[in-house]
Design a binder for this molecule. Structure first.
Ligand code: SF4
Length: 268
């Protein structure tokens, strides 16, 4: 069975929490039927040197896939981000991503921070956080989202295991997930086409004039939904804030605007 290592770097660990919330399949299926999960800070039962040995034994062993969530802190030689001590040396996030990323069969950047810096690289970015791709001179499969949907990760993992690398767009995102914008499949699209726009939260019409980022955010939230297909932001009456788009959060702000009542609909 293919081995998988999951690094949690500069971020909130929201992507591993999101993965734990998956159900089709769930984490139990992933670690029993899909991959041998050899390391993740939150889930590994051992600690200290033993945990570091489990992680870095991959450098001399069988093939493995590396998943990284969180950005990589580069300021002061990465000393703001110590993953652990191994063989007497402090291992920074830069070290871990560089060593493991060069050896891995595939590298997956899970979530916004790993894919493009995300919240961790938001202004003023005091730890000088960067994406996984900024560290590695190789193909990195980016799964932006804050957090990454568990099925975005698991479907990509399944594709890698069965067919190899999926078709990626210019930003390293799998086309089968990120090929169509939210706006193209939104349940409020007919209101947009008729120029019927909401000016307050709770109105059932299109939230384009409230700053909805669905038109510029390619991902499948309208049909996949979240939390076991319960709902998604537009269904829950909030504009899309573009969390799955590169540049989130800084370039997606403001997340919401309240247009004057007499505002005329704008075109795209
Ligand atoms: S609510 Fe957003 S995603 Fe939906 S149709 Fe309007 S602008 Fe597009």
């Amino acid at each position: 069975m293919m081995k998988l290592a999951w690094l949690e770097l500069n971020g909130c660990s929201g992507n591993i929490i999101s993965l734990l919330n998956g159900s089709e399949p769930g984490l139990e299926y992933m670690i029993t039927e899909m991959v041998d999960l050899v390391y993740d800070q939150s889930l590994i039962p051992c600690e200290g040197e033993r945990a570091m040995d489990a992680l870095f034994s991959l450098l001399d062993g069988e093939e493995f896939i590396l998943a990284v969530e969180g950005a990589i802190a580069t300021r002061d030689d990465g000393k703001y981000q110590i993953v652990g001590r191994w063989r007497g040396e402090e291992i920074t996030g830069v070290d871990a991503v560089s060593m493991l990323g060069e050896k891995a069969v595939h590298v997956i950047a899970v979530g916004a921070c790993a894919s493009h810096g995300g919240v961790s690289a938001g202004t003023p970015n005091p730890a000088q956080c960067v994406s996984v791709q900024s560290i590695l001179n190789r193909t990195v499969i980016n799964l932006p989202g804050c957090p990454c949907h568990p099925e975005w990760f698991l479907s990509t993992l399944e594709y890698l295991l069965n067919y190899g690398e999926p078709q990626l767009d210019a930003m390293g995102r799998p086309v089968f997930l990120y090929g169509i914008t939210i706006h193209q499949r939104c349940e409020r699209r007919s209101y947009f086409d008729q120029g019927i726009f909401a000016s307050n939260l709770g109105e059932p019409t299109c939230m384009f004039l409230m700053g909805c980022k669905g038109p510029i955010t390619p991902i499948d939230c309208p049909i996949r939904k979240w939390n076991d297909r319960v709902s998604w932001p537009v269904q829950a009456n909030t504009p899309c804030i573009g969390c799955a788009q590169f540049g989130f959060p800084d370039q997606m702000e403001p997340f919401i605007t309240f247009p004057p009542a007499e505002a005329e609909p704008g075109g795209l």
